[in-house]
Design a protein around this ligand. Structure first.
Ligand code: WTA
Length: 654
């Protein structure tokens, strides 16, 4: 689709960036004086406790430092400072799965954060730099706990509530967390579900660093209680003071760790800074979401992912906005839930993933028409490419052909958006993330830094450091350098490689073509093939396995496993029923090791995998096979070239 959609000028009269000329002027400014560009914004946007004098320190590249001698407090930036001008404004509007509502004004949020911060300090002896793992549902206490950590300089690591006990344990151990904050559980599709039981299981082995578990009451279900370790959040904070002095931290002090999947090995603890991170979170709220004083903004992500960090909690609150937090799912009680909420809260910006858009399109194409969605100005997408059909429905039916769609491209590691349309300026091509944001030097290049010709795939790199970039991988600085600065160079110097391929068209528009590594994007969530394979290998009858992404109508990609069994009893050779049993067993293991998000949609039991003589599995061939594509790769280097035909045959019979 090559149609171009222009911003509705009427809606964006007061946009932060109103035209492509304004956009180009900002880009130009960053080109001419990169440090000045960032230094000026950092001075203007952040309430510094101690001003910085140095902007960028590149001495120890790629361990860049921004504004290093400045001091600030991110919770102060997000909450305290707003009391002067917006104390009675709604900071967080919460809607529960069952429709229960709770509104926290900035003043109330300030009190809650302070009480929680005092509780962390006084009851659990949490000090600056200590790690706190949050295993939380989508309730205000999740945001409050994040901010409470920031207030006292503790480092939080939120673990998505869908991860299993095993996955939670790995993250707790890697972060050496002292405290785990969780809830009894929460509600999903009208029913209670449990979180505390998962924490109990995680802590049953090898989490010596954890001294206490602080449990929020949400669903009131019966839970196991371990005296001396478990404490009731709601009870403890009652006695805490509402006064808590913010800890002044250095600009580079870690604000949080967030574990994400890479192509190899265990998940990596992506470490973010305080000043650089919050600066860009706030600026992108203003630029990409054009947030205005009276706007009500809703991002449907979960706080367990980076989108929830930057665009439910930190960005909106730093910008003084009203942010909606939703506990439920978009299809409960019906596929009109989101649109009913947009109408009720008069949402101005709605931000979600293409998976949700595809699902709502499929299950409730006519639902948007039943609601008054005229408050909407901006519709956002994130996490995966959006296909033209879903884009069109979103644009026409949800946005009434009036709203700007911002297809925001970014990653856990980039902290905030890096390539995205500006709603009041950028003419949009559907499915296209368009242009780098001002200040972000995103380039599509080959390994040596040569720009890729128009229409050809290249590597999406960011060739200059930027304030909100990942600082390191927790506990593994070598892996940080190798993972992100090992593949591409420009002018002989290593540059940040995102892991994504991209293409530029004749008008300079950037389209993201997807991961170039072994990461699968399931419903906009990153899954490392190595992690899933490691889980599958735990099945006693599995000899070898390779997983790949398989295109999926709703999820974008689903997980497909090629499994070689150690022994296939003769009665099972063509007995699909028993194979189904084995499939179920394998999926049970995945659920226990990682969580339901990593379940395989389908599997093929194959006699062998296509391997080179040195034993390397040729995933490209496996990816092509599952898509039913013709094999164009050279198979002569394979140990046994005939395996390709055998697998092809097996798949055609499925
Ligand atoms: C993919 C999510 C196409 C990409 C914020 C990236 C996208 C990974 C887009 C990061 C987009 C994100 N178009 N692909 N607009 N946004 N991606 O760390 O492959 O969970 O590398 O961060 O999602 O996933 P992550």
């Amino acid at each position: 689709m090559s149609e171009i959609y222009y911003p509705n000028k009427e809606l964006f009269k007061d946009a932060a960036i109103k035209s492509m000329d304004e956009y180009r002027a900002l880009v130009q400014k960053a080109e001419e004086d990169y440090e000045g560009f960032w230094g000026d914004f950092a001075k203007e946007k952040i309430d510094w406790f101690k001003p910085f004098t140095k902007i960028l320190n590149e001495e120890n590249a790629p361990f860049y430092k921004w504004f290093e001698d400045g001091q600030l407090n991110v919770a102060y930036q997000c909450v305290d400072r707003h009391l002067k001008t917006r104390k009675n404004k709604a900071a967080i509007i919460f809607e529960g799965d069952n429709g229960d509502q709770r509104v926290l004004t900035y003043r109330e949020l300030f009190y809650e954060v302070n009480k929680t911060a005092n509780m962390f300090k006084n009851k659990f002896n949490i000090q600056k730099g200590d790690r706190v793992v949050l295993y939380m549902p989508m309730i205000p206490e999740a945001a409050i706990s994040m901010l409470a950590c920031a207030k006292i300089g503790a480092i939080h690591s939120v673990v998505f509530g869908g991860f299993s006990a095993e996955a939670l344990r790995d993250r707790i151990i890697d972060a050496e967390a002292k405290l785990v904050v969780t809830a009894d559980g929460a509600y999903r599709k009208g029913k209670p579900y449990m979180l505390k039981t998962v924490v109990d299981e995680a802590l049953s082995q090898g989490c010596e660093s954890v001294k206490a578990v602080c449990v929020v009451e949400r669903n009131g279900e019966n839970i196991h209680w371990e005296a001396g370790r478990d404490y009731a959040f709601n009870e403890l904070i009652k006695n805490e003071s509402v006064v808590c002095e913010p800890e002044a931290v250095e600009a580079e002090h870690p604000l949080f760790l967030l574990y994400t999947s890479g192509s190899t090995g265990k998940p990596k603890g992506v470490q973010h800074s305080s000043a650089g991170y919050i600066l860009w979170a706030q600026m992108t709220m203003e630029w990409v979401f054009d947030i205005k004083e009276n706007d009500t903004y809703w991002c449907t992500a979960d706080v367990g992912w980076i989108t929830g960090h930057t665009y439910i909690v930190y960005g909106p609150l730093a910008a003084g906005a009203t942010t909606v937090m939703f506990e439920g799912v978009p299809t409960y009680p019906d596929a009109g839930r989101c649109w009913r909420m947009v109408e009720e809260y008069q949402i101005n910006q709605f931000y979600t993933a293409p998976t949700a858009i595809r699902l709502l399109h499929k299950t409730g194409a006519n639902e948007p028409a039943k609601y008054d969605l005229s408050s909407l100005r901006i519709l956002g997408t994130v996490g995966e490419p959006i296909d033209p059909a879903a884009w069109k429905w979103y644009y026409e039916e949800v946005g009434g052909s009036r709203c700007s769609i911002v297809d925001t491209y970014w990653q856990t590691e980039t902290g905030g958006h890096v390539i995205s349309p500006l709603p009041g300026a950028t003419p949009i091509k559907p499915g296209c993330a368009t242009f780098p944001l001002p200040g972000i030097k995103a380039e599509i290049i080959d390994e040596d830094g040569t720009p890729t010709p128009v229409g050809e795939k290249g590597f999406a790199c960011i060739t200059k450091p930027w304030p909100s970039m990942i600082r390191t991988i927790w506990g593994d600085p070598e892996r940080f350098v190798k993972s992100y600065f090992g593949d591409c160079k420009k002018d002989g110097k290593p540059v940040y490689f995102t892991g994504d391929g991209a293409m530029i068209d004749e008008d300079g528009y950037i389209t993201i073509t997807g991961r170039t590594d072994d990461v699968i994007n399931v419903s906009g969530h990153r899954m490392g093939t190595a992690e899933v394979e490691a889980a599958i290998k735990k099945h006693e009858n599995v000899a070898a396995v390779a997983v790949v992404g398989k295109p999926h109508d709703i999820k974008g990609e689903g997980i497909f496993a090629y499994v070689v069994l150690k022994s296939v009893p003769s009665e099972e050779r063509d007995g699909t029923a028993n194979m189904l049993e084995t499939m179920k067993e394998i999926n049970m293991i995945i659920k226990a090791e990682i969580g339901a998000i990593a379940l395989c949609d389908d599997m093929a039991f194959v006699p062998d995998l296509p391997k080179t003589r040195s034993g390397k599995i040729m995933r490209r061939i496996l990816r092509s096979l599952v898509k039913g594509e013709k094999i164009t790769q050279d198979t002569s280097t394979l140990e046994d070239p005939s395996i390709v035909g055998i697998i092809e045959d097996l798949l055609s019979k499925k």
